[in-house]
Design a protein around this ligand. Structure first.
Ligand code: NOJ
Length: 757
């Protein structure tokens, strides 16, 4: 009873504190709103880019003058605390109302200490590590003047052709939601008033991960059923976790660009989900609506404002047309006020009105950026993100002895290690794979190197795929000469490490591909290396699932390392040499070929499903030329040890609407090495009022099990976990039978059944 009273007191105190804070904020912002002119209000809605870091096509000019005139609410992509301080000075000393600016940047997977690309990070299934990565990113970015990051990117994606699959957490909405929450917590902390927390921006709302044919910026079209059951969860989870801002996506939703979609931005985001931060467009999101074909700049700007957009990134559509629209009665002053208030509130929450230079302590960078502590954590996290796809005869880990030939166009690159969207990194700092391996092997093994091939046979393709100073220094020698050198280098080696795959800019924005194989010349090199008869380990760099059907058949060991961040080289060494036992599990299905896309584990059964284990049957939903299965399923990943799962036991075969049950499984480490295993819980709702997927991830637990030991993993199942959006888009559970499946990946599971009454 006493405990209950204390808890009640705490809850009430926190609520009162928050209410007081909100009341104070209201008072402050309302007072400011009385002083601000219409032009200055519209100015607050304007977000120009500095052009220092390129993340889009347009640039704004004469930002300084506009700041002095009160025509800028914030700027983005400016790096360096001293520069930011100077720009902030313009706003708070030279503009009439002295309203501070917010400074944004795409701090997507770390700042100068870079963590794995988000898709890789998600494969760690380690929510603490993910939160910590965002927290470290926040510390470093805030030390350098940034108070707002355009992250997390939470777009569910089932299409490996889309380059931006690299920036998200894969194909699952439940896991995506958990990761979104962890990231928001990491960036924003408990509250934004602390100087090392920054405001998050959830993107890209909504459905940006489902463009037709995987082509970036392409049309999206899907039913509301699919939207709410399969794509929306991560955005909503981020909002529930308190995300301060949301970014509108480039694509259309129901035939209206997200940036002008009132249903999306107001009815769903604000009214249904209770989002109370501000919404920013994506880069030129407003002016692009002219190309979308829904009107001229004035029309689309008015539509965006009325839909619920508060800030205009780069287009200057608000700045140049809103006043006119107001005069012509096309928007109301109340609509402009609302957007302006939301921006001012964000600045208030960030503490900028109390101290505009809160993020401008020029002594911080030297102490807080790229520290040994941060780098050690990034290295550990990177090793957790790698996925061991194949390991025949336990070829891995390799011994620190003899000669190791490291071959491939990605073996000797610093700039490609951090991965796409690492805009703040110093590209000279990351170690190359060769350096990383040599450091870890020390004097116990000799590392020899040959490039072996260029990234791609076609030099124009290679140029497109190595933008933003991430060149792989194309070798002018012929393919034959490069190959010959590699084979000579490999001749005396005990083992060959082939560092192949994509360059970092082959995924990310505007990097869609229709052929997702390892590029031609590299594949040829791999075949020739295998012909030497020496053991070959493929260290695969990639920002997306690749088609690895041939490689899976012929290469004895494949370690998928994504792009592991600034410390990737050491982390790869840690895993290759066995200092770390790999534990990453795929969060995205790897197809057998590109024609299977979109492919995902949580598909619907259809009226003509293929019987399990079969390949082809006439008049069934399948292909003539390939089975329906992915090459590597969602949740898959090997370890240097083996885990065995017992049958699933349920605490009860029946629950009612208020009840709960526990599903348990005993997991045993049968091998000789200690290791982590990601135990996954899937559920199937066998009969519904609408069709339901064959399985959906509903829980997971990453457990450490010593060699020879067992651990019982338990999952709590409540009716809440069984809810879905029905035909009327009501979020409900329905009585009936459910299959509980538990396993180490989405394919190999043990199951049990219960009834919900
Ligand atoms: C365009 C991208 O779509 C978005 O993710 C990014 O935050 C902005 N550019 C700003 O760089």
């Amino acid at each position: 009873m006493k405990k209950l009273l204390i808890l009640l007191f705490c809850v009430l105190s926190v609520t009162t504190f928050a209410q007081n804070r909100d009341a104070e904020m209201d008072l402050f912002v309302n007072k400011l709103m009385k002083k601000i002119t219409l032009d200055e209000k519209i100015g607050q809605l304007n977000l120009p880019v500095t052009g220092e870091i390129t993340t889009g096509q347009a640039k704004n000019s004469d930002i300084a003058t506009k700041i002095r005139e009160g025509k800028v609410g914030g700027v983005f992509n400016l790096k360096g605390v001293e520069k930011i301080k100077e720009i902030q000075r313009l706003a708070v000393q030279e503009s009439r109302l002295k309203i501070p600016l917010i400074f944004g940047m795409d701090v997507v997977h770390g700042y100068e200490t870079v963590f794995p690309i988000p898709l890789g990070l998600s494969c760690s299934w380690d929510m603490n590590a993910i939160e910590q990565s965002a927290h470290i990113a926040a510390i470093e970015a805030s030390a350098d003047g940034i108070c707002w990051t355009f992250s997390p990117m939470v777009d569910v994606c089932r299409d490996a052709r889309w380059g931006r699959i690299a920036e998200g957490s894969g194909e699952d909405p439940f896991l995506g939601g958990e990761i979104a929450k962890a990231m928001i917590k990491g960036y924003q902390g408990k509250n934004l008033s602390q100087k090392n927390n920054i405001m998050a921006c959830v993107k890209h709302f909504a459905l940006y991960g489902a463009p037709d044919a995987g082509r970036d910026y392409n049309t999206v079209d899907m039913s509301h059923q699919r939207m709410f059951n399969e794509y929306m969860r991560p955005y909503q989870a981020a909002v529930e976790a308190g995300a301060g801002s949301v970014m509108a996506s480039f694509n259309e939703v129901d035939g209206v660009p997200a940036t002008a979609n009132k249903w999306l931005m107001t009815d769903v985001l604000r009214n249904q989900w209770k989002f109370n931060g501000f919404v920013v467009t994506d880069f030129t999101g407003i002016s692009e609506m002219i190309q979308h074909g829904i009107g001229d700049l004035q029309t689309v700007s008015a539509r965006a404002l009325k839909a619920g957009i508060d800030m205009d990134m780069v287009s200057e559509g608000f700045l140049s047309t809103l006043k006119k629209s107001l005069m012509e009665g096309k928007v109301t002053e109340a609509q402009i006020n609302l957007a302006c208030k939301r921006i001012l509130e964000a600045k208030y929450k960030l503490g900028l009105f109390s101290d505009p230079y809160k993020y401008c302590d020029i002594t911080r960078p030297a102490k807080e950026i790229y520290t040994t502590e941060h780098r050690d954590i990034a290295r550990k996290t990177a090793s957790e993100s790698f996925v061991l796809l194949k390991n025949e005869h336990n070829l891995l880990p390799i011994k620190k002895q003899g000669t190791i030939a490291v071959v491939g166009p990605l073996a000797n690159s610093k700039a490609n290690m951090p991965g796409t969207w690492s805009v703040a990194v110093d590209l000279k700092m990351p170690a190359t794979l060769i350096e990383g391996l040599q450091t870890i092997a020390g004097d116990k093994a000799q590392i020899v190197y040959a490039k072996g091939s260029n990234l791609a046979g076609d030099s124009a393709y290679e140029a497109r795929a190595t933008a933003f100073s991430r060149s792989l220094n194309r070798d002018e020698r012929s393919d034959e000469e490069l190959l010959k050198e590699a084979l000579q280098t490999a001749q005396n080696a005990d083992v060959i490490v082939a560092a192949l795959g994509e360059s970092s800019e082959m995924s990310g924005e505007s990097s869609s591909r229709t052929n997702i194989n390892i590029p031609d010349v590299q594949q040829h090199l791999l075949k020739e290396l295998l012909k030497t008869g020496k053991p070959v380990v493929l260290v695969l760099f990639t920002g997306r699932p690749l088609v690895l059907t041939w490689e899976n058949e012929h290469v004895p060991a494949i370690l998928n390392v994504w792009f592991g961040g600034s410390e990737a080289a050491y982390a790869i060494g840690d895993v290759l040499f066995g200092n770390v036992n790999p534990s990453g599990k795929l969060t995205t299905s790897f197809p057998q070929n590109v024609g299977q896309i979109p492919i995902h584990y949580n598909y619907k059964n259809t009226g003509r499903p293929l019987e399990e284990g079969k390949w082809f049957e006439k008049f069934r939903s399948n292909y003539l030329d390939v089975s329906n299965d992915p090459l590597y399923p969602f949740g898959y990943g090997l370890s240097y040890t083996q885990f065995e799962y017992s049958n699933v036991t349920l605490s009860s075969p029946v629950i009612d609407g208020k009840g709960e049950l526990t599903a348990s499984v005993k997991v045993t480490n049968k091998g000789k090495i200690d290791g982590y295993e990601v135990v996954q819980l899937y559920i199937r709702d066998l009969v519904g009022s609408v069709t339901r997927p064959v399985k959906e991830l509903k829980g997971f637990d990453k457990v450490f099990i010593k060699s020879g030991e067992s651990q019982t993993v338990k999952f709590r199942i409540t009716p809440d976990l069984l809810k879905f959006y029905n035909y009327d888009l009501k979020y409900v559970w329905e009585p009936g039978d459910f299959d509980v499946m538990i396993g180490g990946n989405s394919r190999d599971v043990k199951s049990a059944r219960f009834t919900l009454k």
